[in-house]
Design a protein around this ligand. Structure first.
Ligand code: HEC
Length: 115
């Protein structure tokens, strides 16, 4: 039982974090929301659509359902870990983001796409 609880804790916390970020702006998914705000918003915008600077770099619109459908979680993680063909894209390790936060960050990114 104890092991089961430990195993479930991370995804449950991540899901609630995304839920609360829409219900109210409570920071709850560990520090992931904060990481997004501090590190990602600069290019991806608070709403995931992309900031002015981000658009010039060529960021995708995370709120676009077609974009969300076009990428699997694995593809997103691959881009975040190793970078992409786009020379403006900075892989997350170069932004000082812990690779351990990758799954939770994908959940945040998915959250912008609605359902
Ligand atoms: C310096 C600007 C910049 C910052 C900061 C930034 N990104 Fe991006 N991001 C980009 C660009 C540009 C692309 C588009 C890359 C491409 O299309 O090849 C992108 C694409 C992505 C994608 C989509 C990858 C795919 O395969 O479709 C994800 C997911 C992503 N970023 C997550 C993040 C997260 C999470 C953070 C914060 C930890 C972050 N980004 C910070 C510029 C940035």
């Amino acid at each position: 039982m104890r092991r089961f609880l430990n195993y479930c804790a991370i995804p449950v916390v991540a899901m609630f974090g995304v839920y609360f970020s829409f219900a109210a702006s409570t920071v709850n998914a560990g520090d992931v929301k904060k990481i997004y705000k501090d590190t990602c918003e600069l290019c991806h915008g608070a709403d995931g659509k992309g900031s002015e600077a981000g658009k010039q770099f060529g960021v995708p619109d995370f709120s676009n359902p077609d974009y969300q459908k076009s990428r699997t979680d694995a593809q997103m993680k691959e881009s975040m870990t190793n970078g992409t063909k786009n020379p403006n894209y900075v892989k997350l390790s170069d932004l000082g983001v812990d690779i351990a936060d990758l799954d939770a960050l994908v959940t945040v990114v998915r959250g912008f796409g609605g359902k």
